[in-house]
Every structure is written in C-alpha cells, then in structure tokens.
Design a protein around this ligand. Structure first.
Ligand code: FE2
Ligand code: FE2
Length: 284
C-alpha cells in the first residue's frame, strides 16, 4: 500500500469553493456561509485572492463592532494574506504547512487562480477514511455511477446544443430556455466532477498505466471545463449577444462530450479499476 501522505491536495480539497467580494457586507457573507453550511470564504477581487473570511472573523467583528456589524464590509474584517498551497502539493506538505502556519485552512491555487480550499476537517476525513478502509465505494459502484451520470449529462448536452443551434438560427425564444438549461448543466457538472475527483481519481492513481502525470492531466481537464462553465455562467448573466454565447455553449458541449468519451475509454475500464483498487488496499 502506498504511503497515504503521498496523495495530492486535489484529492482532499473542496473544488470550486464559494467565494465573496471584499465590498460585500458582513451580513451577506454570513448568509452565504449559512446557506452553504461552510465556515470559510476566500475573498476575491476579480480573480485575485485578497483574503480569507472565516466564521471566527465574523464572530470577532460582532464583538468589537461599534456600529451594526452586519453593515460592515468584508474587507474590514477579513484575514489578510491567507495561507495558500499550489495544486500538486502532497498531503504531507499540506499538513506541514498547516502546522507551521498554525492555520486550520489553506486555499489551493493554480497559478493566480483559486481552485479549492482544504480545511483540517478534510485532512482528518481523508486520513480517517484511509485508516478505516471506508474511503471508497467498490470500483464497480464507482464505474456504474459515473456511467449513469454520463448518460444523464449526455441527454442534457443534447438539449443544450439543440437550443444553442436554434438561437444561432435566429429563434430568440430559445434564449431563456438555454439559460435555464445551462444553469442546470453547470450544477450537474459541478457535482459530477467533484464525485469523480473524490472517487475515480483516488481509485485510478495507483494503477500501473495511470500514474501522477495522468492524474495531473485529469485534474487539468476538469479545471478547463470548470473555467469554461464559469465563463459561460458569468456571460449568461451579462451578455447582450446571446448568439455569441450560443457559440461558446456549443464549444463547451463538445469539450464535455470529449471528456466523457475519454473517461469511458481510458478511465472506466473495469480491469484497470479493479487492479488499482486491489493494489491500493481499498475494499471492494
Ligand atoms: Fe470528468
Ligand atoms: Fe465524467
């Protein structure tokens, strides 16, 4: 069995974390944390990480505020210079960083881009699951679930692509339907990629023919899809030119289809999965 501390931060992190703008009010930040049941929000100005807002920051603000704390701005109460780790960092180094810096949370960055967040809870859970042997559903369960989700995504992609083509063809009525379907696709893909990263990735990483380089490629592909999804989601809210957006949607549909095909061909091979799971000591 491989050393459990060798796993990469991508496998622990919550990808695509909720974030907040420094000019948001403390009340807004509180509401977002409550709704998402989280205790930390990376603070982003554009794409730049300017701080981290923790539930503790909010509690401190509530205690020291002279005026109504809810109307204070996030920038007044945030923790500046949050501790970051780069994608590709090993679990052992993440733990060392948390201990050295005396923090319970680190923000994961890929170059200038925030891609995830890791709390000590994530680390405990990961180590605990490994220790107890409960980390993984059986390879066949993973395979079936991923394939099942791919089938559902394929249906949604057909629908989205059809609407985009209608819009390009001049049918303005397709616009609101496309927006709604894109929102749905965004949510479905977010959960799907998170599931794959949590289960498929750890199951595959020990297989002979997989290895770290392909793990990195897998994660990069997901990041590319995430940023395409994010861009389209942002444009959906703002764009004046739905036809241009439709072209981007068709491109995204193609990228997701390609990814699903690659995954079915290369990553969902039952022998590969079984082999890797036996070798890494997971039950199943
Ligand atoms: Fe994927
Ligand atoms: Fe997938």
């Amino acid at each position: 069995m491989e050393n459990t501390t060798d796993v990469l931060v991508e496998e622990l992190m919550s990808p695509l974390p909720h974030v907040i703008h420094p000019d948001a009010t403390v009340a807004e930040a509180e509401a977002r944390m409550r709704d998402a049941a989280i205790h930390h929000l990376p603070v982003l100005e554009g794409e730049t990480l300017v701080g981290l807002l923790t539930a503790r920051d909010l509690a401190v603000a509530a205690n020291v505020a002279v005026e109504s704390p809810a109307s204070m701005k996030v920038r007044d109460v945030l923790t500046s210079r949050p501790v970051t780790v780069a994608t590709g960092t090993k679990l052992s180094d993440v733990v060392a960083t948390m201990l050295d810096e005396r923090v319970g949370v680190v923000v994961v960055v890929d170059g200038p881009r925030v891609v995830g967040i890791v709390t000590h809870h994530d680390v405990f859970r990961h180590l605990g699951e490994r220790a107890l042997g409960t980390a993984q559903p059986s390879p066949e369960e993973i395979r079936q679930r991923v394939l099942d989700e791919h089938r559902r995504i394929a249906v949604l992609l057909d629908k989205v692509e059809g609407l985009a083509r209608q819009l390009i063809g001049g049918d303005k009525g397709a616009d609101p339907l496309l927006r709604r379907s894109m929102f749905e696709l965004h949510e479905v893909m977010r959960h799907h990629m998170a599931y794959e990263e949590r289960t498929l990735l750890p199951a595959l990483r020990d297989a002979d023919c997989f290895g770290p380089a392909r793990v990195a490629a897998f994660v990069r592909e997901h990041q590319a899809q995430r940023s395409m999804l994010e861009n389209i989601a942002t444009e959906l809210a703002a764009t004046e030119s739905p036809e241009r957006l439709a072209v981007g949607v068709i491109e995204l549909v193609r990228a997701i289809r390609d990814d699903m095909e690659t995954e079915s061909r290369e990553f969902l091979d039952p022998d590969l999965l079984r082999d890797s799971v036996i070798r890494s000591g997971f039950g199943g």
